[in-house]
Design a protein around this ligand. Structure first.
Ligand code: SF4
Ligand code: SF4
Ligand code: SF4
Length: 466
């Protein structure tokens, strides 16, 4: 299937341009051409130009933009990349080569955050399993022996995920020992995301193994009020005490290895959070509540999932103090022409397709190119953000059970969606959407960028940036 190029007319500073979505070119055009592309259907217009109808006499063609475009269009229309039928060996090979293993070591947590995606606001997808140490270490061993037996010695990252991973500290310790003994010549980086309630107890070990630690905290006490213990008490003071303790006792580790993650909701905001974390000389990584899997029509969720209304003065000051954060939070996420038209180039696919001929369908991972995520039950998923329904297999006592039929269907479905709904989307050449984590949004067509939206976005970008 051929994906036809798309052009977006832009009016800037009394000049007219066409933006070539596929090649990321800006062509200068005259006003007439600008209006042609603004008012006519892109495909029909290009067809007319190609056929050289009376609209553009042949004599003008050598010099006019339409001839250039029709030539580029003929050369550059790309084929939609169709995934190959995966065999078991492809999936195993991808597991062998993955450079990031995330282990869910427990579903339990010592907090009961009101917005937790395993809590009351979401449909139940998990069963609060503590996580069996022997099983989890066995999952890890099975993956690491695959690497060892195939002499893979590239750098590896192993992350511990929960619930709260520190409540299963013995499992973490054993996994670290196992990894270091099975892959002694591999540079392994260990990491975790934690609520920090138990961090003071285990910090010496974590420092000894140079863990990267991301602490979840939503800012000051008022910002943090949804992060509570099971008895309803606030967790803020406990967490802050632990953070202060580590900063004081281990300043170098604190500076190098500790980061913060902040959820934005109706009680938090980026200004308070940045102000709060500036005492630690840190800027947090911001995220929003996950909207997938929420209980339908939950009023509480809608209430929590509203954002602080920033006034102009607040935004102005924030932009001055934190220009990069401002850009990532308040600008259009695709706020440069380059990123708007950026093709995602998948890794590790050299043997499978020729990049220059194909357009890749969206931003989903190709098997385990980014990471592999193993749940407490041994289910194999692409990552922790993926919907739990997209299982790729299971690790059992006997080894790896690979769900080939399901895997092939996932990738087949991605292509079908792309064929049916994405050809009209102006972001089809730069689509970053991941089918596995944004399934609902894609399926409902919420992300389609029609021509009018493309024109508006691109004109906003150009007129605010250049
Ligand atoms: S710390 Fe994380 S896992 Fe635990 S309740 Fe809060 S959001 Fe959920
Ligand atoms: S969210 Fe999607 S693209 Fe990102 S790591 Fe997970 S599966 Fe891959
Ligand atoms: S419709 Fe959505 S998934 Fe398809 S190309 Fe557009 S942004 Fe990507």
């Amino acid at each position: 299937m051929i994906m036809k190029n798309k052009y977006i007319p832009i009016h800037y500073n009394n000049n007219y341009y066409l933006y070539d979505c596929l090649n990321k070119y800006l062509f200068t055009v005259d006003e007439k051409a600008y209006h042609e592309f603004k008012n006519c259907d892109n495909n029909r217009l290009l067809e007319r130009i190609n056929k050289s109808t009376s609209l553009y006499p042949k004599s003008d063609k050598n010099n006019n933009i339409f001839h250039v475009l029709s030539t580029i269009n003929t050369i550059n229309n790309k084929k939609l990349y169709i995934y190959p039928e995966f065999q078991r060996k492809n999936v195993i090979e991808s597991i062998i080569r993955t450079q990031h293993i995330t282990l869910e070591i427990t579903e339990l947590c010592n907090l009961n955050c009101i917005y937790c995606c395993y809590g009351k606001l979401y449909l139940k997808t998990q069963h609060n399993q503590i996580g069996d140490k022997n099983r989890i270490t066995d999952f890890l061993k099975k993956i690491l022996y695959l690497k060892a037996n195939n002499q893979i010695i590239t750098d590896l990252r192993i992350s511990f995920y929960g619930g709260e991973p520190l409540i299963q500290f013995d499992t973490i310790k054993e996994c670290v020992e196992i990894a270091c003994s099975i892959l002694p010549n591999v540079n392994i980086k260990f990491a975790m995301t934690t609520n920090a309630v138990l961090l003071d107890k285990h910090i010496d070990y974590l420092i000894m193994h140079d863990f990267d630690i991301c602490i979840s905290l939503d800012g000051n006490k008022a910002n943090n009020q949804y992060r509570i213990f099971k008895n309803g008490k606030q967790s803020f003071e406990t967490v802050k005490k632990n953070i202060d303790f580590i900063q004081k006792k281990h300043p170098i580790f604190f500076e190098k290895n500790i980061s913060f993650s902040t959820v934005l909701h109706n009680k938090s905001n980026c200004i308070d959070a940045c102000h709060f974390f500036s005492q630690y000389k840190k800027e947090p990584i911001f995220s929003y509540l996950s909207i997938s899997g929420t209980k339908k029509r939950s009023k509480k969720f809608s209430e929590i999932n509203t954002q602080h209304q920033y006034n102009e003065k607040e935004l102005e000051n924030f932009k001055l103090d934190y220009p990069e954060l401002y850009k990532s939070l308040f600008s259009n996420p695709n706020d440069t022409i380059y990123s708007w038209g950026r093709n995602r180039v998948p890794k590790n696919l050299n043997e499978l397709f020729k990049e220059e001929q194909y357009i890749y369908p969206g931003g989903s991972c190709f098997l385990f190119q980014n990471r592999i995520f193993i749940t407490v039950n041994g289910d194999i998923l692409l990552c922790e953000k993926s919907s739990r329904k997209f299982k790729f297999g299971k690790i059992t006592n006997k080894g790896f059970t690979i769900y080939l039929k399901r895997i092939n269907k996932y990738y087949h479905d991605i292509i079908e969606i792309y064929r049916n709904q994405c050809t009209d989307c102006y972001k089809c050449f730069s689509c970053p959407k991941c089918y596995f984590s944004s399934h609902d949004e894609i399926n409902k067509g919420l992300c389609i960028c029609p021509k009018e939206q493309a024109i508006k976005e691109m004109n906003d970008i150009v007129n605010s940036k250049l």
